[in-house]
Design a protein around this ligand. Structure first.
Ligand code: NAG
Ligand code: NAG
Ligand code: NAG
Ligand code: NAG
Ligand code: NAG
Length: 185
């Protein structure tokens, strides 16, 4: 047996154990806020608006404070929110919860979007799998995306899901490399 290969395997295994352990002890976060949409920008009058104000007391539609508006009405920079407003605009994922993002569209243009931690059950109390689900009513579209965040990392409920997919692929590649090394011992 090749000694050198043995030490590489031991080292990689220890590194993996460290990663897995630190992931279990650090909480998973989701974004939690509502982006009010392109009709609001730095020129809007806010009057300390609450969810009740913007949803006109219809508690059927999701809304989560804080309410977020971007300077120019474009989608807010969620990395900026993570870096600067983690305390106010994220939640810690509970047992059997997902990060969720509800987005309303009109003719394909986003109207508003709500990010939250939530349990996802069907009306029959069965668990919904992660992924995106779309409901279309005329020109309106409501899209819900559910995902599981990586512990200690950035929340996964953001507009661009590629990083999570990349990390998953990296995990698989690492595992494959270890299996390969083991086979050659
Ligand atoms: C709003 O932000 C834009 C830049 O995005 C800036 O040019 C404009 O002066 C700002 N308006 C107000 C009222 O602050
Ligand atoms: C918003 O709330 C703050 C603190 O509660 C208060 O000082 C301020 O006057 C309010 N602004 C408006 C426009 O109601
Ligand atoms: C988002 O837009 C939909 C459709 O216009 C509306 O019913 C809902 O109240 C809005 N939600 C928020 C939080 O603004
Ligand atoms: C978004 O925010 C991050 C972190 O604050 C910053 O590095 C990045 O340049 C911002 N992206 C845009 C498009 O402004
Ligand atoms: C709930 O269960 C009923 C009967 O088993 C089935 O017809 C229905 O499609 C289910 N609904 C959902 C949302 O899964």
């Amino acid at each position: 047996m090749n000694r050198y290969a043995f030490f590489i395997v031991v080292f990689v295994s220890l590194a993996l154990v460290t990663i897995v352990t630190s992931q279990q002890s650090s909480p998973r976060h989701c974004y939690r806020f509502t982006w009010l949409g392109p009709d609001y920008n730095n020129g809007s009058v806010y009057l300390n608006a609450t969810c009740n104000d913007v949803t006109k007391l219809s508690d059927k539609e999701p809304c989560m404070e804080p309410l977020v508006v971007s300077m120019d009405g474009t989608w807010p920079n969620v990395s900026y929110i993570w870096d600067n407003h983690k305390e106010q605009a994220t939640c810690v994922l509970g047992d059997s919860e997902y990060c969720a993002q509800y987005t309303f569209y009109f003719n394909g243009t986003p109207l508003n979007s709500t990010y939250m931690c939530t349990k996802a059950l069907t009306s029959n109390n069965t668990v919904v799998s992660p992924g995106c689900y779309t409901q279309t009513i005329g020109s309106f579209k409501k899209r819900v995306c559910l995902c599981v965040p990586i512990a200690g990392g950035m929340p996964c409920n953001r507009a661009n899901p590629t990083s999570a997919a990349t990390l998953f692929t990296m995990g698989l590649v690492t595992t494959a490399a270890i299996l390969f090394l083991n086979k050659n011992l």
